[in-house]
Design a protein around this ligand. Structure first.
Ligand SMILES: C[S@@+](CC[C@H](N)C(=O)[O-])C[C@H]1O[C@@H](n2cnc3c(N)ncnc32)[C@H](O)[C@@H]1O
Length: 322
């Protein structure tokens, strides 16, 4: 990519001679006279694409909309709007961070999950759309279990992170008491702020701990999106994930299933039948995990559920009362 210089009356930014796919440095001088949203956007798209960022237009637009607090439609309709020097400075800083492959959700500090706006930061995994399937299945399980129990359900969310799963469940199914566990105190602090933001603090108890070790309740439902990436694959993940998301939220041990296996073993004596366990899993882990589940929960209905792209996504274990 050739270097480009702008006319002296507008802010200058230089692209390196050869844009490195991983680390492109975006530099701008201090000549900040206020530039139009459209021209800033065009320049940011070029820079992000030179840095090898996927969907550079939508990423550049997201960062600018966030800063200007405007809708997508507004930004498209007003490319001539002048961005103040201060906003421009902050936009360039956001674009530089994104060009270094920091995820947009960490830069803007939030992400939508299950229709809920959640705070995220470097201490928590950014909730993924595919995890919404775990919530849908947990809601279905509540519908089955509630009439059989005739009382509020008791559930555990293991590896709660930002609190995404527990909070979505509490918002949709208030007749449930949830113990949300994480090994990271920093993650739990984010999760508690998210629960406050969505007014479900009363229904969720956040606990620090190693899986179910600090949980002594009898459980009707267990949901868990625990780390399931095999250890030697963590360093090969795309930089947005491997370099920025917490390793403790990704690394699932040698074959990725270590924490899920441990949780299944711990939960064995804690489930109050009828009961359901739901684990998010990775592609290729279904067979080994269902075999373990069959030996730990004989007689249970054990299924590996695929997502809409056809990948193995959830291990479901339904335990009947008889
Ligand atoms: C894949 S992230 C999932 C976060 C959130 N549930 C979600 O779906 O977005 C896994 C989480 O498990 C936590 N974790 C890892 N090992 C753990 C353990 N032994 N006990 C409890 N939590 C653990 C990590 O800190 C991380 O927050």
């Amino acid at each position: 990519m050739p270097s480009r210089r702008r006319a002296p009356d507008s802010p200058k930014r230089l692209l390196p001679e050869k844009a490195d796919a991983v680390s492109v440095s975006i530099r701008m001088n201090d000549n900040l006279n206020g530039e139009s949203a459209g021209s800033l956007l065009t320049e940011a798209v070029e820079l992000l694409s030179a840095a090898g960022i996927n969907e550079p237009r939508s990423e550049a637009s997201l960062l600018l909309r966030e800063l200007l607090r405007v809708s997508k439609a507004w930004l498209m309709a007003h490319p001539e709007a002048i961005v103040s020097p201060d906003q421009q400075r902050r936009y360039v800083s956001s674009v530089e961070r994104r060009a270094a492959h920091e995820p947009a959700a960490y830069i803007i500090g939030h992400r939508e999950f299950f229709g809920l706006d959640l705070e995220v930061g470097p201490s928590v995994l950014i909730p993924r759309p595919e995890t919404e399937m775990l919530v849908e299945l947990a809601i279905d399980a509540c519908e089955r279990l509630l009439p059989a129990k005739g009382r509020d359900l008791v559930a555990a969310d293991l590896g709660t992170g930002s609190g995404a799963v527990a909070i979505a469940l509490a918002v949709r199914r208030p007749a449930i008491r949830i113990v949300a566990v994480d090994a990271s105190q920093a993650a739990l602090e984010v999760a508690m702020r998210n629960a406050e933001r969505h007014r479900v603090m009363r229904g969720i108890e956040f606990r620090i701990g190693d899986l179910l070790e600090g949980v002594d309740e009898r459980l009707d439902l267990l949901v868990a999106n625990l780390p399931y990436v095999p250890s030697d694959e963590v360093d090969r993940l795309m930089p947005e994930v491997g370099r920025y998301e917490p390793r403790a939220a990704l690394d699932g041990g040698p074959d990725g299933t270590m924490l899920i296996q441990r949780a299944m073993e711990q939960a064995r004596g804690m489930m109050e039948a009828p009961a359901t366990l739901l684990f998010e899993i990775g592609e290729g882990q279904g067979m080994a995990l269902s075999e373990s589940a069959r030996s730990l929960y004989p007689g249970a209905d054990i299924r590996v559920i695929r997502d809409y792209t056809g990948l193995e996504r959830v291990l479901s274990i339904d335990i009947d009362s008889d």
